[in-house]
Ligand binder design. Structure first.
Ligand SMILES: [Zn+2]
Ligand SMILES: [Zn+2]
Length: 231
């Protein structure tokens, strides 16, 4: 067999594979079996066309933006938009899917030790190395992910504002918990969900609990000076 014949055979084979794949995808879309479509998207690089932006419910989303994603039973997930792919069904309708990189939230970290969990905020996210293809109907809207310092200074919080100070990869935090910035006399990382008071002198935050102040007492104080600054 000459080289050119071999090449011809192999290219015909690829074309046939492509057609089979297209048929398979179309069947899955017709049956609304999105799980199988997503499996193909995971395993076969030829099945997709990439786009940089997507319009969904009057909002334009760009690759690289962070999104709030509808989870099971009312939970909200946070993810980075990595890829936008579109498939065609046999009526030439476009079926878009997105590839996302997940952020973990406190509710998914319940096997961490309690000591750590006490310092983690409900609005804190951790970047993971987990990716998925999902249907665009699961997009709720844009998510804003700030650094801890930015989040600490923000005046008004919304449901879509989160902060991140670590990643969560293969069951480990990076940077590790003991490297997180510490505050107060207890020298533990801040959890913005708890109540704090600011020392007017050193500009450090203190847990009300740790300095033995009740919330009502703290409200009545004009200013607070920590015990270290008083000495
Ligand atoms: Zn404390
Ligand atoms: Zn102080």
């Amino acid at each position: 067999m000459s080289v050119s014949q071999e090449q011809k055979i192999s290219s015909t084979q690829t074309l046939k594979d492509d057609q089979n794949l297209q048929c398979q995808i179309q069947n899955f879309i017709r049956k609304k079996d999105f799980k199988s479509v997503i499996r193909i998207l995971h395993t076969n690089k030829k099945s997709r066309i990439n786009y940089q932006k997507l319009k969904y419910e009057n909002q334009i989303y760009h690759v690289g933006q962070n999104l709030c994603i509808r989870g099971d039973n009312r939970s909200v997930y946070v993810a980075k938009l990595i890829k936008i792919v579109k498939l065609l069904d046999n009526q030439n309708n476009c079926i878009p899917f997105i590839k996302v990189q997940w952020f973990t939230r406190k509710t998914e970290l319940m096997d961490l030790q309690k000591d750590y969990l006490d310092c983690i905020s409900e609005n804190e996210v951790f970047k993971t190395n987990q990716f998925d293809y999902i249907e665009i109907e699961r997009i709720i809207g844009l998510a804003i992910i700030l650094s801890y310092e930015e989040y600490d200074h923000i005046e008004e919080l919304n449901d879509n504002i989160f902060f991140m100070r670590a990643s969560y990869i293969d069951g480990k935090l990076f940077p590790s918990f003991d490297q997180w910035k510490k505050i107060c006399v207890c020298q533990r990382p801040a959890n913005p969900d708890l109540k704090y008071i600011l020392c007017e002198m050193c500009q450090q935050w203190f847990h009300l609990k740790c300095i033995g102040l009740h919330q009502d007492q703290a409200k009545k104080l004009n200013k607070y000076i920590c015990s270290q600054c008083q000495n």
